[in-house]
Each structure stands twice: as C-alpha cells, then as structure tokens.
Design a protein around this ligand. Structure first.
Ligand code: PBG
Length: 332
C-alpha cells in the first residue's frame, strides 16, 4: 500500500477526531445488533431461573422463560441464540444417551422457541459434556478420550437437533472427523439446509471455568481437555483446522475464546474470507463483570469496546453473554 501520510503539519490526524459526527463518518468498524449470537442456559422445570454465581447477570432458565427471552431478544434485533442445557445428575451417564434423545432439554427448547419466534436463528452446542458422567466432551476409556466412537455419538446428537429444528449446529467437541461425518449424515437424512458453525479453533482455556459451573460440569470434570482442545501457543494450527473444517462441510467457523485470541480471528479472516465468528466466553464475561462490580471499570464502555474489537479483528459476529445489554444500548 502506498504511504498516504503527509508530514506534520500538512497532516493533522486530530482533524478527523474533532467531533462525534466526523468520528462517525470515518469509523472503519461498527457494532450492530446483527452481530450477536446470544448464548443461554436451560434448566428443567417451569417458570423458574437460577443464578450462576460466577456469571453475575446470567441465569439458567426454564423453557417457558427462554421462550420469553427469545421474544425479547428478537425485538431487540438479536438474530440468533445458542442453547446450553444444565442436565440433572440422573441424565448424566457413561453412554451419554440423553445427548441424542428427541426430548432432551435442548431439543424441547428448540421446538418451543421455533414455535413462538420462528424467525429466531437457533444454534446448538454439540459435545457430550452436559450428558457425560465425567464432564468430558467425548467418551473416556482408561483415561483416554475416544475419537471415532465419540463422533458416532455426536452425529446422532446432530441429527436429533436438526430434527427439532435447529438452524446452525455448533460442534464444540474438537474430535477429528466430526464435521465430515455430520455433514454427510445431514445430507443423507434430508437436512441439507442445516448449517454447521464449527467451533474450529477452540483452545484448551482457563476462561471456560464459569461456563462449566453454569452447566454443572466443573465438579464432574476429571483432568483437563488438552488432548483434544488446542494448545494456547499455536496459531498456524488454527489455519489448518479452518481449512480442514471447510473441506469437510462447515459453513461458518469460530475462534474460542475471543479476546485473548483476536490475532487468530484476523489470520482466519484474512486467509479464508469465510464467515468468521468468535466466542467471548464465560471467563471473559466474568472478568469484566467482576471489575465493574468493584467500580474499577465502566461496564457500558468496556462491554461495547470489547465487542467492537471483534469486528476490528475481522469477525462477522460474536457469541456474547452481553448480547441483550449491548443491544439495548445500541438501540438507544
Ligand atoms: C463444551 C463447551 C464449553 C464452552 C462451550 N461449549 C466448555 C468446555 O469446552 O469446557 C465454553 C463457553 C464459555 O466458557 O462461555 N463443549
């Protein structure tokens, strides 16, 4: 690119910062409500919600309440929601059969939301951890996470979600071969138009702690997820994973966590130019909320600034627990 900077005082950058109007005219990236996917937590029961202490302001909701949230989110201009179940202990088993039950909490919620707010885009999470007795995303045998057996289970889970009416499936398990297996099952079972938003570059991160509290997996989890989630030191590997997932039939890709991995977002977008999403995860949310609660940060400012950073890094959208709050502010 040709240099375009004249020497001072010919060039004075402050000219284009002098008023809100001029700043708005030359702003390179903006945040809109269309950028949001809102992750929500489900619990069994009626007309109830429970607090998640490590995620102030976020609750687990019964399906009727989530349907109300979907109406509200839709009226705020939020196009999509992503569903995560808190599974009761008796439904967590070694074979994880609840994961592909037609009437599990997620699949019931998909039907209920689609019934009430058909325009809402419903994304799901595909991994065994909410149903697994040991908190892992895959089957465990002698301390090892089994790949291919897990993929078979995930395909069943994907088909059950597609049948319930999900628009975008979100495999978050990081097994090899899952995208291809899901795509071919969706094709052959008549779900050609169900999309896959793959958790492609998902790192083994300390920032997932509050989420694991929210879905009740923290106490169950034995060991860590380092043999299947990515190593925090890697960047080239993320590009190879994106290429692999696209070849296998992913429609959209995701980088997770978000803020500590904006360099990966930028590389992915620049290299592939595909729909690129980031997940501002539970720990990022908790970190901001904790500082705000202490009066150390201005919540509104840092929330919007953190979300705009994803757009600047090349993302097309963001999964964020701040979605409704941010949308309210953006709507004025
Ligand atoms: C489960 C899953 C996790 C998150 C989304 N799906 C946790 C994990 O991998 O342990 C984390 C989301 C968050 O922290 O907000 N496969």
């Amino acid at each position: 690119m040709k240099p375009t900077v004249a020497p001072y005082p010919t060039a004075r950058f402050r000219r284009l910062r002098k008023s809100a109007g001029i700043r708005a005219m030359v702003r390179e990236n903006t945040l809109t409500t269309d950028d949001f996917i809102w992750p929500v937590f489900l619990i069994e029961g009626k007309d109830d919600e429970t607090a998640i202490p490590s995620m102030p302001g976020v609750t687990r909701k019964t399906i009727d309440r989530v349907v109300n949230s979907a109406r509200e989110a839709f009226s705020l201009g939020i196009p999509a929601m992503c569903l995560f179940p808190y599974t009761s202990m008796e439904h967590r088993t070694e074979d994880c059969a609840m994961a592909w039950s037609r009437d599990n909490l997620t699949n019931q919620a998909i039907r209920a939301i689609k019934d009430a707010v058909p325009e809402m885009v419903i994304m799901t999470d595909i991994a065994l951890d909410p149903y697994n007795i040991n908190g892992h995303d895959g089957y465990v045998e002698n301390g090892e996470i089994l790949n291919d057996e897990t993929v078979d289970a995930l395909v069943k889970m994907a088909l059950a979600q597609a049948e319930a009416g999900a628009d975008l499936l979100g495999p978050s398990d990081m097994m090899d071969g899952r995208i291809g297996a899901m795509r071919s099952a969706l094709e052959s079972e008549g779900y050609q138009n169900v999309g896959i938003l793959s958790y492609t570059a998902k790192y083994a991160s300390g920032f997932y702690g509050p989420f694991r509290d929210a879905v009740g997996a923290s106490s169950a989890l034995k060991g860590d997820k380092k043999t299947y989630q990515m190593d925090a030191g890697n960047s080239d590997e993320a590009l190879r994973l994106v290429e692999r997932d696209l070849m296998e039939g992913a429609d959209m890709v995701m980088i997770k966590p978000g803020m500590p991995y904006l360099d990966i977002c930028r590389r992915v977008k620049d290299t592939f130019g595909v729909p690129t999403f980031a997940y501002q995860v539970s720990g990022e949310y908790a970190m901001i909320q904790a500082a705000v609660a202490n009066g150390w940060l201005d919540g509104e400012k840092v929330m919007l600034e953190s979300l705009l950073a994803f757009k600047r890094a090349g993302c097309d959208g963001i999964l964020t627990y701040f979605a409704p709050e941010a949308a309210r502010i953006l709507n004025g």
